[in-house]
Design a protein around this ligand. Structure first.
Ligand SMILES: Nc1ncnc2c1ncn2[C@@H]1O[C@H](COP(=O)(O)OP(=O)(O)OP(=O)(O)O)[C@@H](O)[C@H]1O
Ligand SMILES: [Mg+2]
Length: 269
């Protein structure tokens, strides 16, 4: 059984079906990507997995247990850690104190991230934001705040990190370093499930990718399979490479092949 299994989850908001019988998994020791156009249901899936949103149907399994009705704090205790698409740092605290609060709540480190044991400053160093340690969290750039959320998440020593658009706000070279950081975290034993619009990053670091469209998983596989999948190209581009050239009605003009652009822009719906 995978570390995380999402089984036929349905979430409805009034007449909107945000997640429609979604089924996917994420393995220990791997980076798993969850991608899809805007409004596909990615964040809602994260909310179901972490316990912030009750599903209308379906189940969530974590480490072999059915956690569908487990409260948020107990899921965190069992090893789920997440960051938020809309940043949720404590604005009036310094960067260092944001991480210290998480470390103190968790009751100290238990070992996964060896050299960072008990040491908030080592965590800030690891994610590359030491220079901002004494600044208030509401005064730092968005990209830095995303790394702060990651450090705060790591302070709880999670078994699985759920990261919602972690690279937005980072420039190209910062994103490159961020990819290396994610790979070093899984090398140390963490599992990562990542929602991300930067296809270069996704294609470079993910071991497996699931594609959501209108709340359903339309493709799952290794990066190369996903890049070449006609359904994925259809969802992102409005046409697939299999279509005749005259039938290609792209919703975006500057994107030929997924992964050859830095960021996939919003798809108008
Ligand atoms: N609390 C809510 N109440 C009503 N509708 C919601 C709510 N949360 C999400 N939705 C709707 O559910 C659908 C899925 O939203 P969700 O935020 O999960 O998408 P997403 O894939 O994370 O998109 P994005 O890439 O823009 O972050 C959208 O149509 C959205 O408007
Ligand atoms: Mg989202």
């Amino acid at each position: 059984m995978s570390l995380l299994e999402v089984e036929d989850v349905v979430v409805r908001f009034g007449g909107v079906t945000a997640v429609n019988e979604a089924r996917f998994s994420a393995e220990a020791g791997q980076i798993t990507g969850l991608i899809g156009p805007n409004g596909a249901g990615k964040t809602t899936c994260f909310n179901v997995i972490t316990g912030l949103q009750k599903p209308n149907q379906g189940r969530v399994w974590f480490d072999g247990r059915n956690v569908t009705n487990t409260p948020v704090h107990r899921r965190a205790h069992r090893g789920m850690g997440r960051t938020f698409q809309r940043l949720e740092a404590f604005g009036s605290l310094t960067v260092r104190d944001n991480v210290r609060v998480a470390r103190d709540i968790a009751g100290g480190f238990t070992g996964l991230f060896g050299s960072a044991k008990g040491d908030v400053d080592a965590l800030l160093e690891r994610v590359g934001i030491s220079a901002h340690a004494n600044e208030r969290a509401d005064s730092i750039p968005t990209g830095t705040a995303r790394l702060l959320e990651l450090a705060r998440c790591l302070a709880r020593n999670p078994r699985m990190l759920l990261l919602d658009e972690p690279s937005s706000g980072l420039d190209e070279s910062e994103t490159g370093e961020f990819g290396d950081l994610l790979q070093s975290l899984v090398a140390d034993g963490a599992a990562i499930l990542m929602v991300e619009h930067d296809m270069d990053l996704v294609m470079r670091v993910c071991d497996a990718i699931h594609v959501l469209d209108f709340g359903s998983v339309i493709a799952s596989g290794a990066p190369e399979e996903i890049r070449n999948d006609p359904r994925v190209q259809q969802a992102y581009l409005g046409y697939s490479a299999d279509d005749e050239p005259e039938d290609r009605q792209a919703t975006m003009t500057d994107l030929d092949v997924i992964g050859e652009t830095t960021t996939i822009p919003a798809v108008p719906r």
